[in-house]
Structures are given as C-alpha cells and as structure tokens.
Design a protein around this ligand. Structure first.
Ligand code: TNX
Length: 552
C-alpha cells in the first residue's frame, strides 16, 4: 500500500512538473498591444503539426507566412510548414493569416487564439506583419516540442505612421549585411522607416553612374582623426560604398519587412566628398580633400553655377530610380554661407533671382532657400516630396517640405504651426549616438550628451504648445544614429538597444497607456530575443535599481 501511494505521488509530481515545463507564450510584449483579452477556454498547442495558412495567390502573404515560420523555428525550434488556402475549414488546428478590410488602420493587427486555431488578421499585409511580430515576441526562447498559446484576443494599432530609425553609413561605412541586420532589428520593434544617410564630408557612399568619381574618389578618405577631433590622425585610408545593385537588394529586403528607406543626399553643405571628386562644384574650385575630421565644413556647393544645379538633379535622377520612397531627404543642415559671401557667382545669383535680405534672414540664407526650392520643384515634378532638417525653416521653403526637427522639438513645433509636416528627432533624447548614461567612464566612446532609456520612453512628440488643429502635422518620430564614434556593428547595436524598444513603445502606444515600470518589466523577454540573435545591447539599461541619471 505504502509503495503504491509513493508511486502515485511520484507519478503526480512528474505530471505536474511536465505541465509546468510546457512553456507558454506571453502577449505582454514591447510595444504593448492595445488589447489583450484572455478568453476562458483551453489553450492552443503549437507543435510541428500546425500549418501556417495564407490566402492563395497573394505573394505578400506568402512571404509573411514563411517569415512567421522562420521566426517560430528560430525561437522555439518548432518547424511549421506554410500552405496557400482560402478555405475556412482549413483553419482548425492551424495558424491562419487573412486580410480583413473592416480593420481600419492598415498597420493595425488582430490576433485571436482559441483551442481551435490562431488567426492573424489585418486590412493589409503590413498589418499582418505587425501581428506576426507580436506573436513572435510572445514566444518563449529555447528548443521545445510544444508551446502553449493562451486563448486570447490580442490587438494593436500604431499611434504614429512615421516610426523611424536613422543610420549614418558615411562617417563609418557598414556593408550590406550590417544594414540588413539593422532592418531586422527595426522589424522586430515595429519600426517602418529607415532614414539612410549616404553622403557627407567624410565620404560618398552611393554609386552614381553618371559621376563615377563620387565613389572612386569621394568614397575614400586618407585617414581619420582619433577621438573627438584630436590633432592625431590615424593615417589609414578608409572608405567604401554601396553599388546600385546592393542598394536595390537592401531596398527590397526592407520592403519585405514593410520598411521604407528614405535616402538622404545632404546639400548644399556636408558635400566635401563630392567637391573632392568634382572640385568645379565648389565656390573656390579647390583642391579639396575628403574630410578626416568631424563637424561642420565651410566648403559647400556653389549654387551660383548652373552646372552645380544640374549635377544635383542628375544625382537625384539616379537616386529616385533606386528608392521607391515618396520622400527624398535633401539635408539642408549645418550649411555655413561664408564661401557664398565671397563668391562672385553666388552673389550674381542673388542679384539675378532678386533676393533681398529680410530682417534676420540674410541674402545667403535666402539663397539656400532658393536652391532648395529648385530641387524641391524638380523632385515634385518626379512625383517625390522632400524632407529637410529644421534649418530649412529659416530659408523660406514652402510648406510642402517636411521638416525634421533635430535642434530640439521647438523648431518642429514652429514648423507645424506654419503648416509643415514634421518628424520629431530632437538631439535630446532621440540622438542615439549620445551616451545612455551620465556615468560614461565604462561606456564605448559616444558623441557626448546623455539620453537614457527613460528619457527616450518619456518623450512626447506632440508638444503641448500645438493647438489641436496643428497636431496632425506631427507625423511621428525617429532616432538618429550618427557614426563619428561608432566603428563596428556591435557598437551600432549597443547604441540602439534597448533604446529602440522605448522609442517603439512611445510610437505605438497612446500616451495614457505608457508606463515605464511596466515597460521595464516586459523588456527582459525582448532582450532574450536580442540574445538569441546575438545582438549586442546595453545590459545595464535593464537594471532597475541602477538608473542612469539621478532625476530618472
Ligand atoms: C549634427 S543632426 C549633425 C550631424 C552630426 C551629428 C552628431 C544634423 C542635421 N547634423 O552631421 O553627425 O550632429 O550628433
């Protein structure tokens, strides 16, 4: 008898342990879904017997299905096959992706898990993709034969349509694989715009067939200053560029993840690499040298010459062939006008087009406005729109230009008041090239500053000073990763993770639904996924007791 009781107890313990060991999905992911309603019924068991259904003949949905299959296998080891089908009877026991036009926002998703199956619906394939990301992030990480998906309805819809990350591939060059991984990281976080900085004083990184010297000569510098513009230069030739084929490959890779790439060709400043390749584009005619220092250079494009305007249009002709994005970023920042003041051609242009200084706006500032407008009109004729840095607000550029507010959020608010669309990317707290802590001694070298995880989380893109009828001009926000001090891929990832998680949550959630402590409690599971993919991240940002700034 005693023996029997012992055996029963042991068997019971085994069952309980086995049950406890079946890992369960947790839908409280980052960014948090708007709705997580538990359904009182048994759970769904995810095993390799399940299929992923997608609508027959829909290539986007087919790709979504195979990405979901890949994600599930990556994280749990469970392999699911995909299958085209329109029959609702096929949904039983499986995961089904289907389009439902009744769901309003194209990026919104709805997931319903019952014991009979898992349904992910949205009005567009992009919305399905976001639902897939949520399901992916809810999964336990490991190797399991079965994962329990608790029965529930899980739904979400992004607060902002523009959810951006920026990557500077000029100051340091990163190749195709690194950019693709950056896109993978963005996809996991529900981000949908990559602002890709491709040209600057320190290098020209996009192949332009009509001007081969841009990359042959402008793609390379003879050395790089050490540290923050120290007098020591490493003397090591440095450079690289993306061929047009590589760009097309990256653009396609991004589109498969519902990410639009917005290229930036910065003008008329930040152009020393182009001037080195074609000195006649400058006011003095050079010689110039691709810059090995950081900062703002006095040599900029000479806009007094028609040839320069034509050059820019030719470059843009090739750029718009490569990038299907509606937007082209034309920079416009940090453009000193000292050369223009002394340049007879630029001064002649000022006369010819009838520019007169107005109050605080010098004739040269208005010349930048004239130049920008030429380019803007050219791009509009080609069906494109421009984004420019907030310096454009001082140059009388018309309100069809979208403004990227970087010198704080205030210029953006002013731009919105004037009727510009605006993307918020203020140095504080959205410059991810800044430190993540004020205790910097043990950190990789960064630009400076301090933008902690909490500061990012607390950022509100729609400033109070905006009246209700101007708020729709704030399209969203973006974090910028300038790479003067970022030299390798692990450092890229360290700078953006986990801050990208905080940015994603503020872009997806309504402000009243944000809760920093709750976010921090959900973050470790997201970090399990980072670890699984071997992405580098700042682990200290996860520690609750050790916040990075006293006022945090
Ligand atoms: C300012 S943001 C710049 C960049 C630098 C960055 C460093 C902007 C429009 N211009 O050229 O890389 O600061 O944080």
């Amino acid at each position: 008898m005693k023996h029997l009781i012992m055996t029963c107890l042991m068997a019971a313990t085994l069952v309980v342990t086995a049950m406890a060991q079946v890992p369960r999905a947790d839908y409280r992911v980052v960014p948090l879904p708007d709705v997580i309603n538990g359904i009182k019924s048994a759970d769904f068991k995810l095993t390799d017997q399940c299929l992923i259904n997608y609508p027959t003949g829909n290539r986007d949905m087919e790709r979504n299905a195979s990405m979901l299959s890949g994600y599930i296998e990556d994280l749990t080891g469970i392999h699911l096959s995909t299958r085209p089908t329109l029959a609702s009877k096929d949904r039983t026991g499986n995961i089904s992706l289907f389009l439902d036009p009744k769901i309003g926002n194209g990026e919104a998703y709805n997931i319903v898990v019952t014991p009979r199956g898992v349904e992910i619906s949205a009005s567009t394939p992009a919305g399905i993709f976001y639902g897939i990301q949520v399901l992916r992030k809810s999964l336990p990480v490991g190797a399991f034969p079965v994962v329990i998906l608790p029965a529930a309805q899980v739904a979400g819809s992004p607060r902002f349509g523009y959810r951006g990350m920026h990557l500077d591939c000029v100051r340091h060059f990163f190749g195709v694989e690194t950019v693709k991984r950056y896109l993978d990281i963005m996809a996991l976080h529900g981000m949908n715009r990559l602002h890709w900085h491709l040209t600057d004083d320190q290098g020209w990184r996009v192949e332009i067939k009509k001007y081969p010297r841009l990359t042959e000569v402008g793609g390379w510098r003879n050395g790089t200053t050490l540290g923050h513009n120290s007098p020591v230069n490493d003397g090591i030739r440095y450079g690289g560029y993306f061929t047009q084929d590589e760009i097309r490959d990256i653009v396609r890779y991004a589109a498969d993840r519902y990410i639009t790439i917005i290229p930036e060709i910065d003008m008329p400043g930040h152009m020393v690499a182009a001037l080195t390749a074609y000195p006649e584009l400058g006011c003095t005619g050079g010689p110039y040298e691709v810059w090995g220092m950081w900062g703002v250079h006095d040599d900029i494009l000479c806009v007094g010459k028609d040839h320069t305007i034509q050059f820019v249009k030719d470059v843009l002709d090739e750029v718009i062939q490569l990038f299907p994005s509606d937007y082209i970023h034309i920079g416009g920042d940090e453009s000193p006008r000292v050369r223009w003041q002394d340049c007879p051609r630029c001064q002649q242009r000022i006369k010819d087009v009838g520019i007169h200084a107005e109050g605080k706006k010098s004739a040269e500032a208005l010349l930048q406005g004239w130049f920008t407008t030429q380019i803007q009109q050219y791009l509009v004729e080609k069906g494109k729109r421009i984004i420019g840095w907030d310096e454009l607000l001082g140059c009388e550029v018309d309100t069809s230009a979208t403004i990227m507010s970087w010198r704080g959020a205030e210029p953006g608010a002013q731009g919105a008041l004037q009727g510009h669309d605006v993307i918020m990317t203020p140095v504080g707290p959205l410059y991810f090239d800044y430190y993540q802590t004020d205790k910097t001694w043990n950190e990789p070298t960064a630009f400076g500053g301090c933008n902690t995880l909490k500061m990012v989380y607390d950022f509100e893109p729609v400033t109070d000073m905006l009246p209700a009828d101007k708020r729709q001009h704030i399209l969203g926000a973006q974090a910028n990763l300038w790479t003067e001090y970022v030299t390798c891929e692990p450092q890229i990832q360290y700078q953006v993770l986990p801050r990208m998680a905080a940015l994603a949550e503020l872009l997806w959630l309504q402000p009243e639904d944000k809760d920093y402590q709750d976010f921090k409690a959900r973050l470790p599971h997201l970090v399990e996924i980072y670890k699984h993919y071997n992405w580098t991240y700042r682990a200290k940002s996860l520690i609750q007791e050790n916040e990075d700034k006293a006022q945090d």
